[in-house]
Design a protein around this ligand. Structure first.
Ligand code: ADP
Ligand code: MG
Length: 224
C-alpha cells in the first residue's frame, strides 16, 4: 500500500483511533456476539486453522474508515487463500495498512444497525433499525433512552416498518428474535455497553440476524 497522509494521520488523531477489532473486544466483553477471529500484523495466518471457513479478511490502518470502498474487505476465503488475499489487498488499498483482522463469515441474514449515541438533552440513547445497504435509504429506525428493558427491545423491533423481515429472510426461516433482544440488552440494557459511552459513540452496522443467532460483523467507535 502507498502511504497517504490523510486527515487520520498524525499523533493526536492516531491516539483517538479505535480499530474494529478493539471495538469488537469491548463488544464481546459487554456480551454482544462478534465473529470469532484474530489479528495479524506479521502475515502469519496460522491461527486461521482454529476458525471455521468461510473466512473474512479485513485490513485496518489509521486512514481506513470505509473499508469496502477502499478494497479492504474480502469475503468467502479459505484459510489457504489468506496470504495471497492479504498481498492483493496490500497492493490495492490506497492507505497505510497496520494489520489484518481475520474472522469467521456469518451466514446471510437480516442486516440490522445498532447504535449508541449520546443525546445532548436526554443522554445515552440506543438506536436500532434495518441496517446494511438499507440503513441510509429507508431510515427505518427506533430509539429508546438507556437503560432499556427487554420489553423496550421487543417494542423497538416491532415498531420497525420492516419488522416483517424478521419473520423470514427471502422466504427463509424466521430470525431468532430472542437473540436480537439479548444483543440489544447487552448494548443498551442495565450494565450494557452504553455505560462506556463516555468513550464515544458506537455504531454496529451490520448486525446480521439469522434463524440461529445474531452477530455484529462490523463495529465502529466515534470519539465523543
Ligand atoms: P465497511 O467498513 O465497508 O463498512 P464491513 O466490516 O462492514 O466494512 O464489511 C463490509 C460488508 O461485508 C458488511 O456490510 C457485511 O455485509 C460483510 N461482512 C463483513 N464482515 C463479515 C463477517 N464476519 N461475516 C459476514 N459478512 C461480513
Ligand atoms: Mg460496515
Amino acid at each position: 500500500a502507498s502511504v497517504s497522509l490523510g486527515e487520520h494521520e498524525g499523533a493526536a488523531s492516531a491516539a483517538e483511533h479505535v480499530y474494529e477489532h478493539e471495538v469488537k473486544a469491548m463488544l464481546r466483553e459487554a456480551g454482544v456476539p462478534v465473529p470469532r477471529g484474530f489479528v495479524v500484523r506479521d502475515l502469519d495466518f496460522g491461527p486461521a486453522a482454529e476458525l471455521s471457513e468461510p473466512l473474512v479478511l479485513k485490513a485496518f490502518g489509521p486512514g481506513l474508515v470505509h473499508k469496502s470502498d477502499a478494497g479492504a474487505v474480502a469475503l468467502g476465503l479459505t484459510a489457504r487463500e489468506l496470504p495471497a488475499a492479504a498481498r492483493a489487498m496490500t497492493a490495492k488499498v490506497p492507505a497505510t495498512i497496520a494489520g489484518f483482522l481475520v474472522e469467521e463469515q456469518a451466514d446471510a441474514g437480516v442486516e440490522l444497525i445498532v447504535g449508541l449515541v449520546r443525546d445532548p438533552a436526554f443522554g445515552p440513547v440506543l438506536l436500532t433499525g434495518l441496517g446494511g445497504v438499507w440503513a441510509e435509504a429507508l431510515r427505518d429506525t427506533a430509539l429508546r433512552l438507556c437503560p432499556i428493558s427487554e420489553q423496550d427491545a421487543r417494542d423497538m423491533l416491532g415498531s420497525l416498518r420492516g419488522a416483517a423481515l424478521l419473520d423470514g429472510h427471502r422466504g427463509g426461516p424466521p430470525v431468532d428474535v430472542d437473540a436480537v433482544v439479548k444483543l440489544l440488552m447487552a448494548a443498551g440494557g442495565p450494565g450494557g455497553l452504553w455505560e462506556r459511552l463516555e468513550l464515544g459513540e458506537f455504531e454496529l452496522n451490520p448486525v446480521i440476524a439469522g434463524p440461529s443467532g445474531v452477530v455484529a460483523v462490523d463495529a465502529r467507535h466515534l470519539p465523543g
